[in-house]
Ligand binder design. Structure first.
Ligand SMILES: [Zn+2]
Length: 185
């Protein structure tokens, strides 16, 4: 690993020894998703994107959060991606397809459950929940040590991937006056 990679990967969260090939691919995909964000938020979608790739590395679906424009509190990007993928493969159990999920931010408490039940095998996320909450005011929920729990269930996790791009995308969302949707307390 060269010096540049050491800096790039110094704060990576992972529940397996870091595989630089997997991580480099994730950096590329998540960077693309973060820069695509404004195209989705301009149409009224929420500031989170997800993409599912098959085991050969081909894109299966790319989705955005559609809580506001879809009028549904659980239309997070991950939920939309899993739903569409299960429809494509015509199954509620994706495990035999060995799929990878790439998300612009750490999954919330609801999406952690949804990912677990879907049979997705690998998860790569961008900005961590604590930073999402700090920048936006979204509530990501209370979570167990989910990265370790996923390891016990054979699900690989890599996180905190190019977080500076995620921070920038979320700051733009807030600066442009978009909605931070959550129930009244
Ligand atoms: Zn979620």
């Amino acid at each position: 690993m060269n010096l540049q990679n050491n800096i790039l990967y110094s704060n990576i969260v992972s529940n397996e020894p870091i595989d630089t090939i997997k991580l480099e691919k994730a950096v590329k995909i998540i960077s693309e998703l973060q820069s695509d964000m404004k195209n989705h938020t301009a149409k009224g979608s929420g500031p989170f994107l997800a993409a599912i790739y098959d085991e050969k590395g081909a894109l299966v679906v790319k989705t955005s959060n559609s809580v506001v424009n879809g009028c549904c509190s659980h239309y997070h990007a991950e939920i939309n991606a899993i739903k569409e993928t299960e429809k494509i493969y015509k199954t509620y159990d994706l495990s035999k397809h060995n799929l990878s999920l790439y998300i612009t931010a750490e999954p919330c408490m609801m999406c952690i459950g949804a990912i677990m039940w879907s049979g997705i095998k690998k998860v790569f996320y961008g900005i961590p929940s604590a930073t999402v909450e700090k920048i936006t005011g979204f509530d990501e929920g209370f979570k167990p040590d989910w990265v370790e729990e996923f390891a016990k269930r054979g699900i690989t996790v890599y996180g905190n991937i190019v977080p500076e791009l995620g921070e920038q995308a979320l700051k733009e969302y807030i600066e442009n006056g978009h909605k931070v949707y959550k129930p009244q307390r």
